[in-house]
Design a protein around this ligand. Structure first.
Ligand code: GLU
Length: 475
């Protein structure tokens, strides 16, 4: 079998959509699982939609997700350049070849004529499509128009009454009636190719073996098939991935939530979780597994297990995966993620916090939020906890603890525990009557890791200071 080569071919219109990430991931996994090549190609021929900085952003985001490409911008291979706006002469040559073969033709129709035609067709409930008016121009007329510089496009000559077959690896054979396929513009009046032309030429020239892309491109595929036939090129295999849907089954849209990978990144999702989540949008391993690391994904992925039906974007699943991946990471990895410009605590201290908080959070930033007392004295005491836990004997119990803890020498978690239990025993009162006020004094809240852990991590000075402060502030 010839080499497997796939591509992710985004248009740089601003940001990487989660649907784009899914397409990129499936292409990447397919290539890696078959020892093939994953190519990144930038499809920037629609100059109206071009957004400055979008290419860099796209490449950065793919890199953050760990989807390194084998060939693409900045990683030139044999078939570059990989940015379509740098390939214009290739498209011009190919399109004149098609014109020569009479598979495509010049069209000089004015926007006004096209508008009238469209309105006419709409009025008569007909499909709006070009009426092949310019196909019958004589070679003399064409020459004359071209040399007088009349604006023009080049159109594909779609023959009527033909069934166009698309063999799709996910959907099976899908048939299209050529009567419904417009004489597609291939070359625009600005000299740029349309998506269809550039996409087919590049897939052929870059020796792409499998075109794996979103379902929204399925309706373009008959045009592509006709182009391959017109050029007399072998077609790649096609695989169209299911649509991404909101929970209400409408098409995933910005209106119902975030769609940009960057949004998830800035909300603190781990890349491993996001990629794992996106993997499951339309693919399943055929068993109960949901948690996947990259190696496992590569081993398990196959196009055969991609569903036809739309994949619902379920944010709870993403949150669950985030917590799972967070717990799977080593404390040292979490340390790198926890350290920020604002958080300048020593590594040794942060590692201790991570150890006790890891199981209690779904996001790294929650260590700062839920465990804020590790990084500063509580500024207030949670009123509900005070109401529930601050009993008439709490003050005197806390005073006893303060006294007992003062005598400890460099106490460990166990030392705090022994001291508390001893004091409780002497008082003849259950340890809970000491533990709750102590927790409130140290953290300001009612829940969290073991109170002896908290005291040991904070250290003796802070522990004593916070008990004293609570005695001052609480009733
Ligand atoms: N440039 C198209 C896009 O923005 C590529 C579609 C394809 O993969 O053929 O998604």
């Amino acid at each position: 079998m010839s080499e497997i080569r796939v591509r992710f071919a985004p248009s740089p219109t601003g940001y990487l959509h989660v649907g784009g990430l899914r397409t990129a991931l499936y292409n990447y996994l397919f290539a890696k699982s078959k020892e093939g090549k994953f190519v990144l190609r930038i499809e920037d021929t629609d100059r109206n939609r071009y957004v400055d900085g979008a290419v860099k952003n796209l490449i950065d985001t793919l890199g953050w997700c760990g989807l390194d490409y084998d060939e693409g911008p900045g990683k030139e291979g044999r078939y570059g350049p990989y940015v379509q706006s740098e390939r214009l002469p290739i498209y011009l040559n190919s399109v004149s070849e098609l014109v020569k073969k009479k598979k495509a033709y010049y069209c000089f129709c004015t926007p006004e004529r096209l508008k009238t035609l469209r309105e006419e067709q709409q009025k008569n409930n007909l499909q709006t499509m070009y009426d092949k008016h310019c196909l019958s121009l004589s070679s003399g007329e064409i020459e004359h128009n071209l040399s007088s510089g009349i604006p023009h496009v080049v159109r594909l000559n779609v023959l009527p009454k033909k069934i166009i077959r698309v063999d799709d690896l996910i959907r099976g054979t899908v048939e299209f009636d050529s009567e419904t396929v417009d004489d597609q513009v291939l070359l625009k009046s600005d000299g740029y190719p349309t998506y269809h032309l550039a996409n087919v030429i590049d897939d052929h020239m870059m020796k792409i073996s499998h075109v794996i892309r979103g379902e929204e491109w399925l309706s373009s595929t008959p045009k592509h098939v006709l182009l391959y036939e017109a050029f007399e090129w072998d077609k790649p295999s096609f695989a169209h991935l299911p649509l991404l849907l909101n929970p209400d089954k409408s098409k995933l849209s910005k209106r119902q939530g975030d769609v940009a990978v960057e949004d998830y990144r800035s909300k603190g999702y781990l890349k491993e979780a996001l990629v794992n989540f996106v993997l499951l949008l339309g693919w399943n391993p055929g068993d109960e597994r949901e948690f996947f690391l990259k190696d496992e994904m590569i081993k398990s992925f196959s196009l055969e297990r991609v569903n036809k039906s739309g994949a619902v974007f379920n944010i709870e699943k993403l949150n669950w995966l985030n917590a799972e991946h967070l717990r799977h990471k080593s404390d040292e990895e979490l340390l790198d993620l926890l350290k920020t410009d604002e958080n300048r605590f020593p590594d040794e201290f942060l590692l201790k916090v991570i150890k006790v908080m890891k199981e209690r959070v779904g996001f790294i930033h929650e260590i700062h939020e839920k465990g804020s007392y590790f990084f500063g004295d509580p500024s207030e005491y949670d009123p509900d906890t005070v109401k529930k836990r601050w009993k008439p004997d709490s003050r005197v119990n806390l005073e006893k603890l303060l006294f007992a803890f003062k005598l400890l020498d460099n106490p460990s978690k166990e030392d705090y525990e022994d001291a508390l239990k001893r004091v409780a025993g002497e008082t003849g009162s259950g340890p809970g009557n000491f533990i709750h006020p102590l927790r409130l004094a140290l953290s300001g809240i009612g829940g969290g890791p073991g109170v002896y852990d908290i005291a040991a991590i904070l250290g003796k000075d802070t522990t004593l200071r916070r008990i004293a402060k609570a005695l001052e502030k609480l009733p």
